[in-house]
Ligand binder design. Structure first.
Ligand code: ZN
Length: 188
């Protein structure tokens, strides 16, 4: 079979992941890793919190550049990647550094944030999921210690709860019910 330049270019366009690199500030929270990466934690930006006694969801407006900037400037939180709704990947903390995104997992995990309101209603666009899958596959190639059962949702990794007007709620529900984890796992 003859492979034309055009076909090669098309293959490249369909499979390439564009990654925009932002030089995230390195702080005491983003030290060079001492242990090998063995896991990936998937997040959505939005999530539940207690607002003056009322259960609320923090929304996730804004684009990838503003969110990676938010994490870069944050004194405590950090993230390796943010993927916007159109499927553009923004790199923050380098993979060989710790980022503070998941309690108890940070020393060995890569954190990926999907821009999504995290309210269980907003769907994840196909372009965003396709970019996530390409990114995860790349991370798994770079870090051979990551097994599929260690590619988890934040809601799997953190079972903590918080109280709001006397009712207990799960603190971490992201990426949420709109994220098709079963299909995602089949595709990585
Ligand atoms: Zn999260």
């Amino acid at each position: 079979m003859r492979i034309t330049i055009g076909r090669l270019l098309l293959w490249f366009l369909l499979t390439a992941t564009w990654v925009t690199h932002i030089d995230a500030k390195t702080t005491a929270q983003s030290a060079i890793r001492k242990v090998a990466v063995d896991s990936i934690v998937l997040h959505a930006i939005g999530g539940p919190y207690c607002d003056r006694g009322k259960l609320s969801i923090s929304a996730a407006y804004g684009d990838g550049a503003s969110w990676i900037g938010f994490f870069s400037d944050h004194k405590v939180l950090g993230i390796h990647y943010v993927i916007d709704r159109s499927g553009i990947v923004f790199a923050g903390v380098a993979e060989n550094r710790v980022a503070n995104h998941t309690l108890g997992w940070n020393q060995t995990a890569i954190g990926i944030e999907l821009i999504n309101h995290g309210n269980g209603k907003e769907t994840f666009p196909k372009a965003q999921i396709d970019a996530l899958i390409a990114l995860v596959k790349g991370v798994m190639i770079r870090h051979s210690g990551i097994t599929k059962n260690r590619v988890v949702r934040h809601s799997d990794a953190d079972q903590s709860t918080f109280e709001c007007s006397g009712v207990m709620h799960k603190r971490k529900t992201d990426p949420g019910v709109q994220f098709d984890y079963i299909e995602f796992m089949q595709r990585i």
